[in-house]
Design a protein around this ligand. Structure first.
Ligand code: UD1
Length: 319
């Protein structure tokens, strides 16, 4: 099969591309490298087509989508705080960019678009775990853009018959998540803090919880969502179904590394959700999704990846 992966040089994108290539599919990656890295594709670079360009340019999207059967649309500006700082730019990339992908997909008659949606759409909904039937109540511009992406996909299904599936990711973490930006995901930051013996910085009291989901589980969901029958127009939670506080993460990393680092507590972050946990029964039923890697195992693997990556970088600098 022929796949286009937008954001394919990014964290979740490149892990997905690896698996597609492993299964023998033909893959085009479209990525503007604003947060993705060509290095993430190094191991399979000669087996794919890489196009450097932005989803905000519809001509580039059309070119990249030429002959694609499935589109995995993962290209986005992913950070909640960054969306509060610059909502217009987040809107332009996440909403206008998604619209471009859908328009091109309709024109080129792709079989299905799978959209990387977000648990941030749930926002203020008070009940846990989150179920897809709840009315979304986003509390950040980012959450709004991801919810609008779902609505656009479904509307293209109704108006033009374009098959679409939205996956609401719950805090995906794992190898290749970039720890270096102020907007990076918390586990990438905490792993590198433990590596460098610096204090992990917690925003708030650390009792906020997340359904931290190892990237391999998200990759599984991405591929299932492309091919599962009778799911067009549906939205699925992609998580593990658990809930871990940041204070527990710090304790767990202490166990993994044998280091007793204390967290540093800073004021809470604006736009933050307090608690997040997925009900994954819909994904189980309709996609056949079953998370294979639990939180503790995923965290141990992820820490090991950052350790190895840092060690390799040190050897390179010595040379
Ligand atoms: C994350 C994703 C978002 C995704 C959503 C749901 C990132 C950067 N964001 O948002 O794309 O749609 O999950 O899957 O991956 N925190 C700290 N210290 C830090 C950094 C963060 O305490 O150094 C706290 C935050 O205040 C927040 C929690 O950790 O309470 C999680 O933050 P973050 O990793 O940015 O993820 P979300 O905002 O949940």
């Amino acid at each position: 099969m022929r796949y286009l992966v937008t954001g394919g040089a990014g964290f979740i994108g490149s892990n997905t591309v690896d698996e597609l290539v492993r299964r023998g599919h033909s893959v085009v990656v479209l990525d503007d490298l604003s947060s993705g890295k060509e290095d993430n594709l190094a191991e399979i670079r000669n087996k794919i087509t890489f196009i450097k360009g932005s989803i905000t340019d519809i001509e580039v999207v059309r070119k990249a989508m030429h002959e694609a059967e499935y589109v995995l649309h993962l290209g986005a500006r992913t950070s909640v705080p960054r969306s509060l700082k610059d909502p217009i730019e987040t809107n332009r990339i996440n909403i206008d960019g998604t619209l471009n992908v859908l328009v091109a997909a309709k024109e080129l008659k792709v079989k299905r678009v799978v959209f990387a949606a977000s648990s941030s759409a749930y926002g203020e909904t008070p009940t846990l775990p989150k179920v897809e039937t709840m009315q979304p109540q986003p509390i950040s511009p980012y959450g709004v853009t991801k919810f609008v992406g779902e609505l656009y996909g479904q509307t293209f299904g109704r108006c033009y018959g374009l098959e679409n599936v939205a996956l609401r990711y719950f805090n995906i973490f794992g190898p290749r998540q970039d720890p270096s930006s102020p907007y990076s995901g918390v586990l990438a930051k905490f792993c590198t803090a433990f590596l460098e013996d610096s204090q992990p910085v917690v925003f708030g009291d650390g009792e906020q919880t997340r359904d931290f989901t190892y990237v391999e589980n998200a990759v599984q969901a991405n591929l299932l969502a492309c091919e599962a029958p009778n799911v067009s127009g549906k939205v699925f939670n992609v998580g593990v179904g658990g809930r871990v506080s940041l204070n527990e993460v710090v304790r767990e990393l202490g166990k993994i590394t044998g280091k007793a680092l204390e967290a540093k507590y800073d004021p809470p972050r604006e736009g933050d959700i307090r608690d997040s946990q997925a009900d994954i029964s819909q994904a189980r039923e309709f996609l056949g999704y079953e998370p294979q890697v639990r939180f503790e195992e995923g965290l141990a693997r992820t820490f090991e990846w950052y350790r190895e990556t840092q060690a390799k970088a040190a050897v390179k600098t010595e040379k």
